[in-house]
Ligand binder design. Structure first.
Ligand SMILES: *Cc1c(COP(=O)(O)O)cnc(C)c1O
Length: 444
């Protein structure tokens, strides 16, 4: 693909980096014609572009290490995970943030180095903590006071000393959706500074014989399109770091500003570049460390969406059309809220492109509906598109994060196949579910 093509291809900054025209004039990703992929694997189909994953991992590592060499990148597994994908991400030099026993089990089965796994969650189960400790996860990020005792008990039982961070709730608003803002005081996540809970947890950890206090973590929410919340959050955390040193004599060796880095879903969106997030976070941390006289801690960032969001494209087949004159025209596709709950859950907005004629001009305003039994199952409300024909393919960009990860079998839908494309070749990394899969757990 030439530079000109890349610059002028519709939605090129939302689609994977390799998106372009196939020799037959259709949307190609990773050098694979989307119609060829669909003929082989069916729809709905999730196509992930290896080159975009590679580049985002490299950008995450490179941008942050350019600002602060002692930085590691942990991929937030909950954005999208299975075994082959875990291996890909590990090979690209990232560790992992896990939030459940299931994610730890998958990471373990994938053979990733469990020392690079950090375990999060506001109500980790006893079995999950035992599994985490036994698996040798690098850090457990303690979220509340009860958990100090639970992790201590799990570590004692296993006969190990467990390195821990605490998740601090800094009281900073990430200015994102109310369901996904996590750094404010009124959230279930983390130990607030202002109530004294964070300090109490540190004291309890220092007193626990099988725990080693390593440092602090925050996560402000997702997606965060502004830099200012990170700056404010790091400032609050830095003040707390200095405070804990002065009053408890406790040193913070490690600091995580979490994830939440945004990706563009809509044409007009322009999220900050990796380098801008890195400068805001590491620059503030360095300035604060200098001013307050503490050593720069090891930094771990936890991007999920920004690693995989743009790499994924959801491809659907167009079906029925319903015109309600003067009100709305619905065009239905063969997926919907079972594979993408985000529009129904968060009011998330998307763009779409006719995969077999990417340059076709918009002709009408429609709403793209899913096929499931809820009126709220509308993937895109009001979008200008060419007049869609039944049987043609519609591609939705920026589909790589929190879609399959949050997918369900609602209406006993079969979860879609996932194909990884790279340099003209396609590799199925998850097959489409079948009726047998749906019934596999039935007893009697
Ligand atoms: C969800 C989550 C992340 C990742 O958020 P993204 O927006 O996908 O980058 C990172 N850290 C923690 C603790 C999380 O819960």
């Amino acid at each position: 693909m030439t530079q000109t093509q890349a610059a002028t291809f519709p939605l090129s900054h939302l689609l994977p980096m390799t998106a372009g025209l196939s020799p037959s004039g259709r949307l190609a990703i990773g050098g694979c014609d989307t119609l060829d992929l669909v003929r082989e694997y069916g729809t709905p189909l999730y196509v992930y572009d290896m080159e975009t994953i590679r580049q985002q991992c490299a950008l995450a590592l490179g941008s942050f290490r350019a600002e602060h060499a002692d930085t590691d990148v942990l991929y937030a597994s909950k954005a999208f995970l299975n075994r082959p994908f875990a291996r890909i991400v590990a090979d690209l030099g990232l560790g992992f943030d896990a939030v459940s026993g299931g994610e730890i089990a998958v990471l373990g089965a994938a053979g990733v180095d469990m020392g690079t796994v950090y375990f999060h969650g506001n109500n980790k189960g006893l079995d999950e903590l035992a599994l985490a400790v036994a698996s040798g996860v690098g850090r457990i990020v303690i979220d509340n006071l009860l958990e100090v005792a639970l992790v201590e008990a799990a570590a004692r039982e296993a006969g190990v000393t467990q390195g821990v961070l605490i998740r601090v709730s800094p009281g900073v608003d990430g200015h994102t959706h109310e369901k996904t803002t996590t750094g404010i005081l009124d959230t279930k996540f983390g130990l607030p500074i202002v109530t004294g809970a964070a300090e109490a947890a540190i004291k309890a950890i220092v007193d626990a014989p099988h725990l080693e206090f390593r440092g602090l973590h925050m996560h402000l929410g997702s997606p965060i399109f502004e830099l200012e919340p990170y700056v404010a959050g790091v400032e609050v955390m830095a003040e707390f770091i200095a405070d804990m040193r002065d009053r408890l004599g406790v040193e913070v060796h490690e600091f995580s500003p979490g994830g939440g880095f945004a990706v563009a879903y809509l044409g007009e969106q322009e999220p900050p570049a990796w380098s801008a997030y890195a400068q805001a976070i590491c620059g503030t941390l360095k300035r604060e460390a200098d001013a307050r006289g503490f050593a720069l801690p090891h930094v771990t960032i936890e991007p999920g969406r920004s690693i995989v969001g743009r790499a994924g494209v959801a491809i659907y087949t167009v079906g029925a059309r319903k015109e309600v004159p003067g009100i709305r025209t619905f065009v239905s596709v063969d997926g919907g809220m079972a594979d993408n709950i985000r529009p129904a859950m968060y009011g998330s907005k998307y763009e779409a492109i006719t995969a077999e004629r990417p340059f076709a001009a918009a002709e009408e305003l429609v709403s793209v509906a899913g096929k499931y039994c809820e009126s709220g199952d509308v993937l895109i409300r009001d979008i200008r598109l060419p007049r869609l024909q039944a049987g043609e393919l519609l591609a939705i960009p920026a589909a790589g994060a929190y879609q399959l990860a949050m997918s369900s079998n609602y209406n006993l839908a079969y979860k879609p196949a996932v194909v990884l494309v790279d340099n003209g070749s396609a590799r199925l990394i998850r097959r489409r579910e079948t009726a047998d899969d749906l019934m596999a757990l039935d007893i009697g």
